[in-house]
Design a binder for this molecule. Sequence first.
Ligand SMILES: Nc1ncnc2c1ncn2[C@@H]1O[C@H](COP(=O)(O)OP(=O)(O)OP(=O)(O)O)[C@@H](O)[C@H]1O
Length: 532
Amino acid sequence: MFELSQMAAGRASVSDEGELLSGGPQSLLHVHDAVAQRDFEPVLPPIPDDALEDEEDSVKIVSLVKTKEPLGATVKRDTSTGAIVVARIMRGGAADKSGLIHEGDELKEVNGVPLEHRKPKEILPLLARSKDEVRFKIIPAYSREEMSTTKQKLFVRALFDYDPNQDPSIPCKDAALTFKRGDVLQIVSMEDDTWWQACHLEDSNGGAGLIPSKELHERRVALQRPKALFQPQRVKPPGDLYTLLKSPCVSLPAGLRRSFRLGRKSSWAKEAARFRRWSAGVHSSICPPTYIEVIPYHREPKDRHRVVILVGPSGVGVNELKRRLLISDPDRYGVTVPHTTREKKRQESEGVDYHFVSVHMFEELILSHRLIEYGSYRGHYYGTSLDSVHRVMAEGKVCLLDVHPSKIKRVYTSEFKPYVVFVKPPRIEELRLTRRRAKFNLCCLMDTGDAIFLSQEADFEDMIDLAENMERQYGHLFDKVIVNGDIASAFRELRSDLEKIQEARVQWVPTEWSFSSPTKARRSCSHLPSWI
Ligand SMILES: Nc1ncnc2c1ncn2[C@@H]1O[C@H](COP(=O)(O)OP(=O)(O)OP(=O)(O)O)[C@@H](O)[C@H]1O
């Protein structure tokens, strides 16, 4: 490791300052004497003979003892002045720990060798040549006070995967941080607009690494997006569909039987998928998911469980996963009972299958904003109320909610603390294989007794397209993505993830939940305060 041995240029060393601050009145007198005798000063290396007169105030000589650990700094040439400056100090690295070299500092000399007219790559051999000690002559960029005010604790959850080995523009691969979507990172520096520095939460002792800044990632995604526009066979104007989508009853009721949703799928859902493809391609103004600011949440045993929201394109397997969770642990998981205005069937029970209400009562629920989502089917209303979620939570169960992602915002509050799982279809080959094996493509029986035949290939493509659009539009709200290829593996992964969440000592939740309740989740990056 490089260790600090001395610093110079007429300043007290860090440890001297510490002593000055820690004493009482006696110490103060002692310090006064010491200052009067000027014996507080560290032993300085001789001021270089060639130091310019006007540099004396600002030049600093820093000596570091050399060990095997790298210095943890990068240098670059300032294009306007030609000077060699410290481009980056890796947090937790040897240079950072020394506290004596900072970003923006100008390097004048290394071991007495002037750096004027040298290229950054010529500096490494100079460092390598030095044996026990490396001595830098530096013109500091900032005072130490300025530096300390810029440091804050900021935690974010990454909303995309990052592998520096796949990134040709990373300034230094070895200095980069690999992360996966969902990882919580501590941001330690945002001074650079393009490359931030962060460390993994579980690795807070380790050094920081470079990660793409929010702006950089957004720019990159925006550059990739035009590809979507060049798929002529898939881009289709919406026609009459816009009118349909503007209708107040387009959202999917939660807790409804699968057959209802499948029936819906064969009618407007396919067109909706095409519309969304078109609108996403043409009006791609939505910010891509980057990082969301999070804070720790320490769940107390008396606290209610977080609501688990399962979302995904129709037919992907949301209901199947929900069903398996309920069967696997009925004491732990519960589902809401929906409201409907249709007649009760003979075998059905009030409050078990549905809450059977009048149209007037249903409209009251709509007007009082007590419904998370609602829709109409064959002339009857169906909907899921906030109260029904409360009821499941009050039983001490984890409420499994299955809503369209546009409705997540209705429960995106500290009251429900939703944990959102996005169920995603696998690649088309696996989707074909697994669903054909399960004979899903052959025929689906509706609760009316009608059999509908699905045009399998188009459905698979629509499902994948819908999933992509959902992820693009609502990805910032997803805590977990489960790819539902093999149903048994997807279920195992989901169950173990939910158990981990419930048992975790600390959970990371959006910062905005700490400000108000209920809170509105906003999609636009520019408006969401915790979206950085
Ligand atoms: N991984 C899988 N492999 C094979 N079949 C699956 C898989 N996941 C789900 N299925 C089957 O696909 C069909 C549709 O699943 P499911 O009803 O859960 O979809 P959904 O996402 O709830 O869609 P909808 O809301 O339209 O009902 C069901 O018959 C289910 O058993």
